[in-house]
Write a protein that binds this ligand. Structure first.
Ligand SMILES: [Zn+2]
Ligand SMILES: [Zn+2]
Ligand SMILES: [Zn+2]
Length: 302
């Protein structure tokens, strides 16, 4: 039964299914400290923590499916929404509802932030999402935030507000859509699956670096799960992956036959790519041909 529900919800909610699964795993492991997921993250739950609920800021189709998924995993949900009709809908789904925007002190007081274990901002525009994330991060600095902006994704702003996971809607539907197509074509498909599309890559260059191009570096989300150029050519073998620190393009390294990261840099004037390999924290400037180390206080990859 649970598997059936899961399958239905995953089909219905490609954008948040993966995040929901992570949340469920994260929250149901209450008694033990949770190791940060691969790719970084600050998801360490202090032992004996009594916070038990997820705050869903905003209500809509994605929040509805996520809420049902969380409830199916035994996680209580509080919803905040300004719209009376949506509030009634969320209540009908069995959630606790606080009417108003999650940026108002009175609303947050009623929610009882001390009981909130994790926040999801899943139904707002890009700009609203960043604003809500900033306010909530200030109010509840230790509580992880997951953001799913409806359209445009302000990666730098969300990273600045220390949002732990960013689900970009277009990026998130790409894989389920591709799998559906390939399944129907009866093709055994290649899964690449890295780097994590919900984890912003934020590289802080060492101040002593001799590269004058570090101003081009900003927090980015990986645009693809493997080398963009190789996948386009029907290839899926490369040596290492690099991520453009100006736009999030994922390309293969200079030891790979196609050297797509370097080609992207030459085409776009985006000078610096970071290593997209797990555990590696350095970047490379294609213009200077030099390696740039991270700032002493370790570059934070959320
Ligand atoms: Zn440089
Ligand atoms: Zn490539
Ligand atoms: Zn780029």
């Amino acid at each position: 039964m649970l598997i059936a529900i899961t399958v239905i919800l995953m089909t219905a909610t490609p954008a948040l299914a993966a995040a929901g699964e992570r949340l469920a795993k994260y929250i149901s492991t209450r008694e033990t400290a949770v190791a940060p997921p691969a790719g970084g993250g600050a998801a360490v739950v202090p032992p004996g923590d009594t916070r038990d609920r997820v705050l869903l800021s905003g209500w809509g189709p994605v929040a509805r499916n996520l809420g049902a998924y969380l409830r199916a995993n035994g996680i209580p949900v509080t919803v905040t929404t300004l719209h009376p009709d949506l509030a009634a809908e969320a209540e009908a789904e069995g959630h606790t509802v606080v009417r108003g925007e999650a940026i108002k002190a009175s609303v947050l007081h009623e929610v009882g932030m001390a009981s909130v274990r994790l926040i999801v901002i899943g139904e707002n525009s890009g700009e609203e999402t960043t604003h809500i994330a900033e306010v909530l991060h200030n109010v509840a600095p230790g509580v992880p935030i997951v953001a799913r902006p409806r359209e445009s994704t302000d990666v730098a702003g969300l990273h600045h507000a220390e949002v732990a996971r960013i689900v970009d809607t277009q990026r998130a539907v790409t894989e389920p859509l591709s799998w559906a197509v390939l399944d129907l074509l009866g093709i055994d498909h290649v899964t690449v699956g890295k780097p994590d599309p919900t984890v912003a890559v934020a590289f802080a260059p060492a101040p002593e670096s001799h590269c004058p191009h570090t101003g081009a570096v900003r927090p980015v989300l990986p645009k693809n799960a493997g080398c963009t150029g190789c996948l386009k050519q029907g290839k899926h073998e490369w040596v290492h992956l690099r991520i453009c620190l100006s736009c999030g393009y994922v390309g293969c390294c200079d030891s790979s036959p196609e050297r797509h990261a370097g080609a992207h840099s030459a085409e776009t004037d985006h000078p610096i790519a970071g290593s997209a390999e797990p555990g590696e924290t350095w970047a490379w400037c294609f213009l200077d041909g030099i390696r740039i180390g991270p700032a002493a206080e370790r570059s934070r990859t959320l």
